[in-house]
Design a protein around this ligand. Structure first.
Ligand code: PLP
Ligand code: CA
Length: 300
C-alpha cells in the first residue's frame, strides 16, 4: 500500500489542486484554533475561490448555528454565507425535518446549547430543554416523582451541553425508556481542543444515556453518512473531484473516505504526523501538509 502523499512543493500543490473542483473544510484545527486564525488561511481560501473552486465548511461543533458561525468567520476576516456552512446542529435539524419528518405536534428534548435551538427553530421544530434556565438546578429525591415521560416528546437530541446536570440526564433517560422516543446526537466526538487542552466533547454528554438506556444514538456529525447526505442535499458535487480537509482522522478523514472523497490532512489540530505514518494506522489520508496556509505559501 502506498503511504499518504506529503505536499511540500509548488509542483505538488499544483498537481493536488488540479485533482479537485470542490473542497469541504473542517473548521477548528484547519482554519483556526479556537479564536485564532491560522497563518495564511484567508489567503489560501481567497486563492482557491479565485481558481474557481467551491468551498464548503463542515463542523461538528453544535454549540453554534450556521448564522452564528457566519459571524465568527466574518470576525476573523473571512466572508462566507450561511449556505456554505454545515454544522452538526443544522444536520440534526435537517435530519429531523426531511428524513424523520418529525411531527409538528411533537417536541425534541435538547441537551445542548443555543446552536441546536436556533437550527431546530429554523426548521420549525418544537423543542424543550436546551438553554432553559429552569433546568439549571439540583434535584433531591423528593423531586423524583415529577420526572415522568412526556408524551409530547418524540426525540432526545444530545449535543455539547455546558450546563449538563442530573435533572437533564434524568429527564432524557426517562423519555428514552419509551421505545418510540428517537435518540439522536449532533456528534459523538470524545473530546475537542480548546485553550491548548482537550475538553470533554459532545460524546461525553450522551455517554451516560447510552450506558443507562442501553440504546445508541444516531449521530448526525462527521463521520456519519447523515451529515454527508445533508451536504449533498444542498450541493451537487462529484465525490472523486471533491476533497475533505481535516485535522482529525476519526471524524474528518473517515468522513471524506466513507463518502468517496479525496482527503487532505493537516497537522494543526488533533492528530499528528506519527498517527498517519504508524504501521498500524487505521485511517490514512490521501494527501497531507503541515498547515492549510502552505497552499498559499508554496504557490507564492
Ligand atoms: N465540538 C465542539 C463543542 C467544539 O467547540 C469543536 C471545536 O471548536 C468541535 C466539536 C470540533 O469542531 P470541528 O469539527 O470544526 O473541528
Ligand atoms: Ca477539527
Amino acid at each position: 500500500m502506498t503511504g499518504p502523499a506529503k505536499i511540500t512543493s509548488k509542483t505538488e500543490v499544483e498537481e493536488f489542486l488540479s485533482k479537485y473542483d470542490d473542497f469541504l473544510f473542517d473548521c477548528d484545527g484547519v482554519l483556526w484554533q479556537g479564536d485564532v486564525l491560522l497563518p495564511h488561511v484567508k489567503e489560501t481560501l481567497n486563492l482557491l475561490r479565485e481558481k474557481g473552486k467551491r468551498l464548503i465548511f463542515v463542523t461538528n461543533n453544535s454549540t453554534k448555528s450556521r448564522k452564528a458561525y457566519t459571524k465568527k468567520f466574518s470576525k476573523l476576516g473571512i466572508e462566507v454565507t450561511p449556505e456554505e456552512i454545515f454544522g452538526s446542529a443544522y444536520s440534526a435539524a435537517v435530519y429531523l425535518k426531511k428524513v424523520v419528518k418529525f411531527p409538528a405536534d411533537k417536541k425534541v428534548l435538547v441537551l445542548g446549547e443555543s446552536g441546536i435551538e436556533e437550527e431546530l427553530a429554523s426548521e420549525g421544530i418544537q423543542f424543550v430543554g436546551g438553554t432553559d434556565p429552569a433546568l439549571r438546578r439540583d434535584i433531591q429525591p423528593e423531586d423524583y416523582d415529577e420526572i415522568v415521560p412526556d408524551p409530547s416528546i418524540g426525540c432526545v437530541l444530545s449535543g455539547l451541553d455546558l450546563h449538563i446536570n442530573y435533572l437533564k440526564l434524568s429527564m432524557a433517560l426517562i423519555n428514552l425508556q419509551v421505545p418510540e422516543t428517537l435518540f439522536l446526537a449532533t456528534n459523538i466526538d470524545s473530546t475537542y481542543p480548546t485553550h491548548g487542552k482537550l475538553f470533554p466533547g459532545a460524546g461525553t454528554i450522551c455517554a451516560p444515556l447510552v450506558l443507562a438506556s442501553k440504546r445508541q444514538p444516531i449521530s448526525l456529525g462527521k463521520p456519519s453518512k447523515a451529515m454527508m447526505d445533508c451536504v449533498k442535499a444542498k450541493f451537487e458535487f462529484v465525490p472523486a473531484r471533491t476533497c475533505m480537509v481535516g485535522d482529525r482522522l476519526d471524524t474528518d478523514i473517515r468522513f471524506g473516505q466513507d463518502g468517496g472523497l479525496g482527503t487532505l490532512f493537516v497537522l494543526t489540530g488533533v492528530n499528528t504526523e506519527s498517527d498517519i505514518l504508524a504501521e498500524n494506522a487505521e485511517t490514512v489520508p490521501k494527501h497531507y501538509m503541515t498547515k492549510l496556509g502552505d497552499i498559499f505559501e508554496l504557490l507564492n
